[in-house]
Design a protein around this ligand. Structure first.
Ligand code: MG
Length: 385
């Protein structure tokens, strides 16, 4: 029997995690945390009977208490940390969006809880803190991201010093093959139409700009301890090859499957074992008939090139890359900047930060630089109207 706590339980990864483990009597959900979706949380509590819940938003937590359910109700960052470290927690799925996931992840590691991580920001901004801490605590961070799960699976049983390249695949998003001129005036409705994956709004926009891939390069750099320039992005429009590893003998190992997040979730929870998933969704290679690959267009999708730049500069720069992107995406969704300006806004903030890079920022410094980058975009940007 193991006890699972899900941070971000009503989001896309959280709900699919609950779906993956629903028939497993060996896993008990003991804690659920959300930002503010109390109605959905109520349904989950009635079904799963956790011991504790955390609602990050204090007011919403009060609203939840009014339901009068027999469950301990926590709130705020303290609540997130408490639920991730409580005795009746063996393993935490961190699927909250944003920097909010970092402190609970650190706390969980220190409390020797297993961590399945679906929160990119934590590694992108604080990988230099998280990875040494995880190894010090003897805990392997298990990625819940289709690409990183594929890399992890492709690395299993292989010597680290024989890796030649990580081949990180990208779908290319809804604007693959388009040139800059064609992307002028693209609206959020266009950008939100992802060809293969059904995901949250923020990550779908990140996929259309390829900033998601830039963040994933940084994530892979930390998870697998390889320099960013050993990570090559390959566009794989069908989203079937979820990533691969090339070894020094030229051999390439990949993981394939239908685009279905339940597989990386399942692998993170059960590896090195595998847990059955419903047979209605299987990859049929003959039916698929064709897999294609291409190099990414880093000029059109400057957001990806900026990810490499942030990774090469390192230190606090990935935090600026991530935070400026979050602000830019929010502004794009509010129709305040154009599609192509998302990357311009990120670049502007990175340029402004370059002279002030902190080589190995503390968590406090990361949070203050995040704040600086958000404010810079909101108040100093010459691009935002
Ligand atoms: Mg991914």
């Amino acid at each position: 029997m193991r006890n699972l706590v899900i941070l971000g339980s009503t989001g896309s990864i959280g709900t699919q995690t609950i779906d993956v483990i629903k028939d497993d009597p060996e896993i008990k959900v003991t804690g659920l945390a959300v930002y503010g979706s109390v109605d959905k949380l109520k349904e989950q509590v009635e079904k799963l009977h956790p011991e504790a819940v955390c609602i990050y938003d204090e007011k919403k937590a009060e609203a939840f208490k009014a339901f009068g359910l027999p469950v301990k109700v926590l709130s705020g960052m303290d609540g997130l940390i408490e639920i991730a470290t409580m005795d009746s927690c063996d393993e935490v799925v961190v699927s909250v969006v944003g920097m909010i996931g970092t402190r609970p992840t650190i706390a969980a590691l220190k409390a020797k809880k297993r961590v399945a991580l679906a929160n990119k920001e934590t590694l992108v901004c604080a990988g230099h803190i998280i990875m040494p801490l995880a190894s010090e605590c003897g805990i392997e961070i298990k990625p819940i991201d289709s690409e990183h799960s594929a890399i992890w699976q492709s690395l299993t049983g292989e010597p680290h010093n024989r890796i030649e390249k990580i081949l990180l695949t990208a779908s290319g998003g809804p604007f693959r093959g388009k040139k800059r001129e064609e992307l002028r005036g693209k609206t959020k409705e266009d950008a939100l139409k992802h060809p293969n994956w059904a995901m949250g709004r923020k990550i779908t926009i990140d996929s259309s700009t390829m900033v998601n891939k830039g963040l994933e390069v940084l994530e892979a750099h930390w998870l697998f301890d390889v320099p960013v320039d050993m990570i090559k992005v390959v566009v794989q429009p069908q989203s079937i090859v979820h990533s691969a590893v090339q070894y020094v003998d030229g051999s390439v190992k990949a993981q394939l499957g239908l685009p279905d997040m339940r597989i990386p979730i399942e692998y993170a929870l059960y590896a090195p074992d595998r847990h059955p998933l419903p047979e209605d969704r299987r990859l049929d290679l003959a039916e698929l008939a064709k897999l294609t690959f291409e190099d990414p267009d880093m000029e059109t999708f400057k957001g990806l090139a900026l990810g490499y730049r942030a990774g090469r500069l390192g230190g606090s720069m990935p935090t600026v890359y991530n935070a400026a992107n979050e602000e830019a995406v929010a502004m794009f969704l509010e129709d305040r900047i154009d599609f192509l300006e998302i990357a311009d806004v990120i670049e502007e903030a990175m340029d402004a930060h370059e002279k002030d890079i902190i080589p190995s920022p503390t968590l406090e410094e990361i949070l203050s630089i995040e704040e600086w980058a958000r404010n810079y975009v909101k108040t100093n940007s010459k691009i935002v109207r």
